[in-house]
Design a protein around this ligand. Structure first.
Ligand code: PLP
Length: 409
């Protein structure tokens, strides 16, 4: 389905998602009629309070948690900051925290800041598909590890981590396990009990809720100090006047998106696989990034040699196709993505990468149009690249076993 405003083909659903009308309608009364503060004792507090509790219940049910284990926050960034910072401060500087090298900046920059204060941070690498190196993890986690934090699925390359194995490694040494599930919540099944998750971050706007609302799941028994102080909201663990419309919207979106998840995963991954197949068949020197099977249903990430990701993005944009050159939060910077470098891509190849992230609102026709435009844009960019011309000549020479190449050069 095309974007209503400008007919754009929106293939950037990992950066944010559209809300459904039903979600907006569910939120509306909490702006206009039932706008009371849920902390109020008088009658106007009651309806919004009940609505927030219903949303808490819905969300907890989807991840197999208890309602009291869900703490509403302003989004993924806050949840990540809270989890890491609070565990570090409680554990003290003698303990260590292990994070993966491909975490979102909300985790990595928090870890960097803690390290500057003297906390011990260890960083585990990933293989060429983006899977955490479990053997290295075992060597990094010890009796002094307070927390292991590894994301459920990567926002750039879509690789889904083996959470159960990771949590077992953490728990074997008495460490807590946190996962940033911002890209996974309502897109793939999550069971906090089965997967051994102690804390989980999620963000509403990645699954059809408004921006500025999210939650942190904290398993009962995990003592987490408040991150925001100044009020008794969320059992005194997250102060600040409750964002009732946001919470109601997130509850409604979670209900709508989790219903029929298996069907949606199938439909979206069919479009994803179609895009991958066409790109691999029709565009030379294209490399799929991320794990081929353990991959988010909507993620397509490719590096194209002899092409600049930014130029490609602008050409696609001019044709009404919205994609990303990696993490939305990293755009605006010309540094290559830390995720692509961590999976071993050289800088110049990492620079030629784009991510298309699909949703249920997309259609096969849109995917075909996007691949057609991608293909012609890459052909145009390469036709202007002396490096490409040179490389193709070299390849041809090598194929016919001549030494002509040196002469051409
Ligand atoms: N974690 C991951 C994996 C993300 O992809 C994002 C946003 O792109 C965040 C955290 C930050 O979430 P929010 O936008 O809700 O602050």
């Amino acid at each position: 389905m095309s974007d209503r405003k400008n007919n754009a083909i929106f293939l950037d659903n990992a950066s944010t998602t559209a809300m459904r009308m039903e979600t907006l309608e569910a939120m509306e009364p909490y702006f206009l009629e039932d706008y009371g503060n849920p902390s109020s004792i008088h009658s106007m507090g009651r309806t919004p309070r009940d609505a927030c509790q219903r949303a808490r219940k819905t969300i907890s049910y989807i991840i197999n948690a208890e309602p009291e284990e869900i703490f509403f926050t302003s989004g993924g960034t806050e949840s990540d900051n809270w989890a890491i910072t609070s565990v570090a401060r409680k554990a003290g500087k003698e303990k260590n925290i292990v994070v993966s090298k491909i975490e979102h900046h909300a985790i990595l920059e928090t870890a960097d800041a803690l390290e500057k204060e003297g906390f011990r941070i260890r960083r585990v690498g990933v293989d060429a598909d983006g899977l955490v190196d479990l053997e290295e993890l075992k060597t990094l986690v010890d009796e002094d590890t307070a927390l292991v934090s590894v994301m459920t699925a990567n926002n750039e390359i879509g690789t889904i981590q083996p959470l159960k194995e990771i949590s077992e490694i953490a728990h074997a040494k008495g460490a807590l396990f946190h996962t940033d599930a911002v890209q996974a919540m309502c897109h793939i099944p999550i069971d906090v009990r089965e997967m051994g998750i102690d804390m989980l971050s999620a963000s509403g706007h990645k699954f059809g809720a408004p921006k500025g609302i999210g939650f942190l799941f904290v398993r009962k028994g995990v003592r987490l100090d408040p991150f925001m102080r100044g009020g008794a909201q969320e059992e005194g663990r997250r102060a600040g006047t409750t964002n009732v419309p946001g919470i109601v919207g997130m509850g409604k979106a979670a209900e709508l998106e989790s219903a029929g998840m298996a069907r949606k995963m199938k439909e979206i991954s069919e479009m994803r696989d179609h895009a991958i197949e066409r790109i691999e068949k029709e565009i030379p020197y294209a490399k799929l990034n991320g794990h081929r099977e353990r991959r988010l249903p909507g993620n397509v990430n490719f590096s194209f040699r002899f092409v600049e990701g930014e130029s490609l993005l602008m050409m696609l944009n001019a044709a009404g196709i919205c994609v990303s050159t990696g993490s939305a939060c990293a755009s605006g910077s010309l540094d290559p993505s830390h995720v692509l470098l961590a999976i071993g891509l050289p800088h110049e190849i990492a620079h030629g990468s784009i991510r298309m992230s699909l949703s249920e609102r997309n259609t096969m026709e849109e995917i075909d149009k996007a691949v057609d435009v991608l293909k012609s844009s890459i052909e145009r960019l390469r036709s202007m690249s002396p490096l490409y011309e040179d490389y193709v000549k070299k390849e041809k020479c090598q194929r016919c076993h001549t030494t002509e190449y040196t002469a051409i050069r």
